[in-house]
Design a protein around this ligand. Structure first.
Ligand code: HMG
Ligand code: MG
Length: 300
């Protein structure tokens, strides 16, 4: 059975805009976030505190948060931080929630974090400890949970092992990243069962599917039937990772909302105003949204 209500964890401003060729001005990013909140999205990942040399698209992280001001929603406005330098910048900007981001595979850990998996866990440990001391909510992403462009299919046990190490640092939530969108429903079930058996129950898990192979929605519904109630999605279907070839956009928030509302699952989102936001953002980016729901509804 599907849950009665789920939380959409919106990643468009971060996962979406980190992967755009054009650098979107900070004021447009802030307006995007305001519009997303206005459409009913309660949890929005706003930006990343990574070196501008690694992700120039999000070099304006502090400025975006300053433009948004303190609306008291800090715990529902997570930002990505890879290391203590990132945490320092995030704390200075007054954030209420952070996300660290590990990898299930050695190759992607090297490409995305310039570290081995073990070294990246060492890098995250003081970040999580200090974030918790400061009273922040902490999420742990694991990337390449299903397949890796360099290593191929990723064994479930390998994902469980990295997830356990990250959650043992004291994180509140785990997000399972299908960075390149190769996962399928049976694989999703096996991974969630294995995590549950390892003590990481569905109540602490979110799912993060990129839609490269068109499986993101099916995989999400499978996860919801396993008891997951937090779903990552990106308005307009923007997204991708600059350090993983073949990563395309995330599950479009509109596609998710269309499916869930049809199934009687509450999201709190107003689909019409979300589509309006996507159309507005597509205008800013100069290209149409890849979401089929956006195209269908915006065209009518
Ligand atoms: P590194 O080059 O090994 O870092 O990168 P370093 O510690 O040697 O520092 C290099 C320079 O950057 C130094 O400056 C630092 O001070 C500075 P210099 O001394 O040369 O002048 N620096 C910083 N500046 C600002 N903010 C910081 C910061 N840290 C260091 N936070 C590092 C290591 C982890 C920093 C780098 O590899 C990195 O940032 N990687 C992140 C790449 C990234 O953002 N990828 C996309 C997000 S992950 C994703 O999209 C997947 C996800 O969506 C889930 C999924 O789909 O699977 C989450
Ligand atoms: Mg992603």
């Amino acid at each position: 059975d599907l849950p009665q209500r789920i939380t959409i964890y919106e990643v468009g401003p971060r996962d979406g805009l980190q992967n755009e060729k054009t650098v979107v001005p900070a004021e447009v990013k802030a307006e995007f976030i305001r519009r997303l909140a206005g459409a009913g999205l309660e949890t929005i990942e706003t930006t990343s505190f990574v070196p501008p040399s690694w992700v120039p698209q999000l070099a304006d992280a502090s400025e975006v948060l300053q433009l948004l001001g303190d609306d008291g929603l800090g715990p529902r406005r997570p930002v990505l931080v890879p290391n203590e330098r990132g945490l320092d910048r995030a704390l200075e900007a007054g954030v209420g929630a952070v996300a660290i981001f590990g990898s299930a595979t050695e190759t992607f850990a090297r490409k995305n974090l310039n570290r081995t998996v073990a070294e990246s866990v060492e890098m995250f440990a003081p970040v999580v400890a200090r974030a918790r001391e400061a009273g922040l909510w902490v999420r742990a992403y694991v990337s390449m949970c299903f397949g890796d462009p360099w290593e191929g299919p990723v064994p479930v046990e390998q994902v469980v092992e990295v997830s356990r190490r990250l959650m043992d640092l004291g994180c509140d939530q785990l997000s399972l990243g299908d960075t390149i969108g190769v996962g399928t429903t049976g694989h999703v079930s096996r991974l969630l069962d294995a995590l549950d058996a390892a003590g990481i129950g569905a109540d602490r898990v979110g799912v993060h599917f990129h839609d490269t192979y068109g499986q993101a929605l099916a995989n999400t519904l499978t996860a919801l039937r396993h008891g997951v109630t937090v779903v990552d999605a990106s308005t307009g279907g923007l997204g991708g990772c600059p350090y993983a070839k073949s990563a395309t956009g995330n599950l479009a928030t509109e596609d998710l909302v269309w499916a869930l509302h049809g199934a009687g699952v509450e999201t709190g989102v107003d689909l019409e105003s979300l589509v309006e936001t996507s159309v507005w953002m597509a205008g800013q980016l100069g290209r149409p949204s890849p979401s089929r729901v956006v195209r269908a509804l915006a065209g009518s």
